[in-house]
Design a protein around this ligand. Structure first.
Ligand SMILES: Nc1nc2c(ncn2[C@@H]2O[C@H](COP(=O)(O)OP(=O)(O)O)[C@@H](O)[C@H]2O)c(=O)[nH]1
Ligand SMILES: [Mg+2]
Length: 431
């Protein structure tokens, strides 16, 4: 791809960053767009292995890296997204609250393994590993994801959301089951974000040659329809016995060397579409909220207040059912934050981002085994604090209601201009 094209998508991303940075409302989109600019400027590519659980994703990552670094198993094993980058062997756990902890390889399973970190109760956002494999040498981030359609909803959500960060994906199928609706849905979603697909068909060691051919031609038909292309290339592999892995690995390495910029640019374009769409829907909702009458606004605010009371009462009850269990409380705190965000967006049409580390009762040294009275109290206080903080924020955001209507009208006008610019950008990106 020519340099002029590479400048244009980077320019678009940077311009959009400039636009977003003028509005508090588009803070989340700004962060995403800035990350895209960084990827484009530094040729950073993310390749993820995705697919349903138990297809052999983790086994394949191990085979490609030539190192058994990830846990695998006959039951769903991977509970969290695990990224691997080039470097001396090392591991770090990133938690939802922003804390990062370096760990030894022997401790890794405690965080990654579904049996130990059940449904990601430890609120791990990602485990980052470093491994001196040649495959990673050119600066690739290689990612293992929990399976979709796993019985554990959170793991499935993590897999879904991680696809948004991927530029290329290895979509993993296996001969022991036909492609199902969950996989089809997941693929449809992945198509919106990743620009390059490798289809691996795993476990070929467990099937006769003639059956394998039938299976491959069935996959080819179905996948080419789904991907809307004439033909897809399949990579039949046995991750466990290291058959066919070399070919897949070489194809990816080769693509990364020769067309990395093209892959990243195309995926940046796809991601920008999503970022712009998300900014637009938020701004439009907010603009609507600005135009609300006092009566409407007061009614919504009252509804929010009664939701706070509901949350607080629920929290007290929850803490009584799990006395002294700091981890359960921490995970409940995350639920509360999600529910509050959802309510705010339902009522006021704005997205509220929590800085989770603000409320750190778990690490506040109050963990007790003696019935957990201290812990219960600090939990209740933390929930109170989260609610009142949100209330203050809402008041601040809608303070202009006390201002004169001229100012509100000007603000709405300003937002209208922003909407027009974003709509233009959206149309450009759709070309
Ligand atoms: N027969 C066979 N089994 C495999 C192969 N690859 C993985 N498995 C098995 O499939 C199960 C799930 O593997 P895992 O890598 O944990 O799957 P994931 O959930 O997709 O990460 C494990 O029992 C593996 O040993 C393969 O190539 N052939
Ligand atoms: Mg796995």
């Amino acid at each position: 791809m020519s340099d002029s094209v590479s400048y244009s998508i980077l320019d678009t991303v940077k311009e959009t960053c400039g636009l977003f940075s003028q509005y508090e409302l588009t803070k989340g989109e700004l962060a995403r767009a800035e990350e895209l600019a960084d990827k484009l400027e530094n040729h950073k590519i993310t390749v993820s292995v995705i697919g349903q659980f138990k297809r052999g994703k983790s086994t394949l990552v191990n085979a490609i890296l030539g190192d058994k670094i990830l846990p695998v198993g006959i039951v769903p094993v991977t509970a969290v997204v695990t990224s691997v980058e080039y470097g001396e062997k090392a591991a770090a756990v990133h938690f939802d609250n922003g804390i990062i902890k370096e760990i030894g390889f022997d401790e890794m399973s405690y965080y990654i393994n579904e049996q130990e970190n059940h449904d990601n109760r430890l609120a791990v956002s990602q485990v980052c590993l470093y491994c001196p494999s040649d495959f990673l040498k050119d600066g690739m981030t290689f990612v293992d994801t929990p399976g979709v359609g796993s019985v554990h909803q959170k793991n499935s959500d993590a897999a879904y959301s991680y696809v948004k960060e991927s530029d290329a994906v290895i979509f993993m199928l296996s001969v022991d089951s036909p492609i199902n609706q969950i996989e089809i849905d997941f693929l449809e979603n992945a198509k919106e974000f990743a620009s390059k697909f490798y289809f691996a068909v795993n476990k070929i060691d467990s099937i006769d040659q003639s059956d394998l051919e039938d299976y491959l031609s069935y996959c080819k038909d179905l996948l080419s329809k789904l991907m809307e292309v004439k033909e897809v290339q399949l990579f039949p592999v046995s991750a466990k016995n290291n058959i066919g892995v070399e070919k897949l690995k070489n194809t990816i390495s080769n693509d990364c060397r020769t067309t990395v910029q093209q892959i990243i640019e195309e995926s940046a374009k796809l991601k920008m579409r999503d970022i712009v769409a998300s900014a637009l829907s938020q701004i439009v909702l907010y603009r609507t909220a600005l135009g609300m009458t006092h009566v409407e606004f007061d009614a919504k605010f009252a509804e929010m207040e009664s939701f706070f009371e509901e949350i607080k009462a629920g929290a007290v009850q929850f803490a009584e059912s799990f006395p002294g269990n700091a981890r359960m409380l921490e995970s409940h705190m995350n639920d509360i934050k999600h529910r509050l965000s959802a309510k705010v967006s339902e009522l006021f049409g704005i997205e509220y981002h929590y800085n989770i580390s603000e409320v750190d009762f778990f690490r506040g040294g109050k963990v007790t085994d003696d019935g957990g009275r201290d812990l219960r109290e600090s939990f209740a206080a933390a929930v109170d604090c989260v609610c009142s903080e949100l209330k203050d924020t809402l008041m601040a955001i809608f303070m202009h209601r006390e201002e004169n209507t001229y100012k509100v009208a000007r603000r709405i006008n300003d937002l209208n201009r922003l909407v027009r610019k974003l709509v233009k950008l959206r149309n450009q990106l759709a070309e």
